[in-house]
Design a binder for this molecule. Structure first.
Ligand SMILES: O=C(O)CCC(=O)C(=O)O
Ligand SMILES: [Fe+2]
Length: 370
């Protein structure tokens, strides 16, 4: 019985991949594959099994942001990425989301494609690139920039107004609404602590976007309405020279919070010119700082460069939450010309279309070097 269902799952899986992501899915090792690569995979797996975290990613306790201020500051300044513990999200919710996302992705490709192309659906389905237009269609960047990934784009502000026909998508919608409540709480807590450490309230008296006078965190820079979730599946690919699950980039968000598959390590980030791998560890979240946070902090904090490797044998699921400033929130800091997130996004889209890549923050600096 077990055997039967696991065979069935494998078969479904192949049908569930977008046609263009099916070619390199076979179980035997390809002769040209680089032996060092496969060794690395093995080492990762051993490290994972031992339960240790061999890469020195800073660990931040959400309950102790003030007490452990120094470590938190260092993580924001020197790393741009940290592992979050004590986040208060029930482990059952994290696991349920992973399970439901896996089930959704394992549906036939056509089903996923058609469901999300219903005109009323704010959730869109894409593959081959994480770069989308505001309406959710993929920005075509040519075959060179093809990424080994498929995903769903979920604008969180619209979830309560919409009921998908597909039952799996609807149950995921309900889970995501619950998840969003936790994530906006977490993002606000982290952002408040950052603003306090950066001492921005005192320095920018005329800037209402950080906190307002009653010491309440204003929603302007961490807006619930514009938040989004991306669910990704990275199919396995025997030929890892094909490229990246997701090529190197920085996030445009204020903060990104990642709930990743417990089994496959693939996310890498740049630290002092070295690529380090983030090991998946159960019941932890990965938080990374995005471009908006770097600008808000006037470059004291850093939007970390990261990328996702393809895995030879196993698919990987990740669920990423991104928080952005409100539409009308103007980012003002000494190194930058004042700009809104919409202007930033518009510029990114233009650059991707014209140049094939995102220029990002340098476009908005007083002195432009790019
Ligand atoms: O899937 C991941 O681990 C990271 C995804 C990512 O970097 C992104 O969506 O910006
Ligand atoms: Fe990213």
């Amino acid at each position: 019985m077990l055997h039967y269902s696991s065979n069935k799952r494998t078969m479904n899986n192949l049908e569930s991949y977008p046609p263009i992501l099916r070619h390199h899915h076979h179980h035997h090792q390809s002769p040209e594959s680089d032996p060092n690569e496969s060794n690395n995979d093995l080492i990762d797996d051993v490290a994972q099994d031992s339960g240790l975290d061999p890469s020195p990613v800073p660990v931040i306790d959400l309950e102790c942001l003030e007490q452990e201020k120094e470590g938190f500051e260092e993580a924001c300044k020197d790393w741009g990425l940290f592992r979050l513990v004590n986040h208060g999200i029930p482990l059952t919710l994290l696991k349920e989301l992973q399970e439901q996302a896996k089930e959704l992705f394992s549906m036939p490709y056509e089903t996923k494609h058609d469901t999300c192309n219903e005109s009323a659906s704010p959730i869109t389905y894409f593959w081959g690139t994480p770069a989308l237009t505001p309406t959710g269609t993929a920005l075509n960047r040519g075959p060179k920039n093809f990424n080994w990934v498929e995903g769903f784009d979920v604008p969180l502000g619209q979830l309560s107004k919409f009921q998908p026909h597909l039952p799996t998508l609807d149950s995921i919608r309900l889970l995501l609404m619950e998840y969003e409540r936790h994530l906006s709480r977490i993002a606000t807590t982290i952002f408040k602590a950052m603003i306090k450490n950066l001492d921005l309230n005192n320095n920018n008296n005329n800037n209402n976007n950080m906190m307002n006078h009653s010491e309440e965190c204003s929603p302007s820079y961490v807006s619930r309405e514009t938040g989004m979730v991306r669910m990704y599946r990275y199919p396995p690919c025997t030929d890892t020279s094909i490229g990246w699950g997701m090529e190197v980039h920085t996030d445009s968000s204020v903060l990104s919070i990642l709930n990743q598959d417990d089994h496959v390590s693939a996310l890498q980030f740049l630290k002092d010119d070295q690529w380090l791998t983030v090991k998946p560890l159960s019941n932890t979240l990965i938080v990374n700082l995005g471009d908006m946070m770097q600008a808000i902090s006037n470059d004291r904090y850093k939007s970390v460069q990261h990328r996702v490797r393809v895995n030879k044998e196993r698919e990987r699921i990740s669920i990423c939450y991104f928080v952005f400033p409100a539409e009308d929130a103007v980012i003002e800091s000494p190194n930058y010309k004042p700009f809104t997130y919409n202007q930033f996004r518009e510029q990114v889209q233009q650059d991707i279309k014209a140049l094939g890549y995102k220029v990002g923050l340098p476009r908005f600096k007083h002195s432009q070097h790019f």
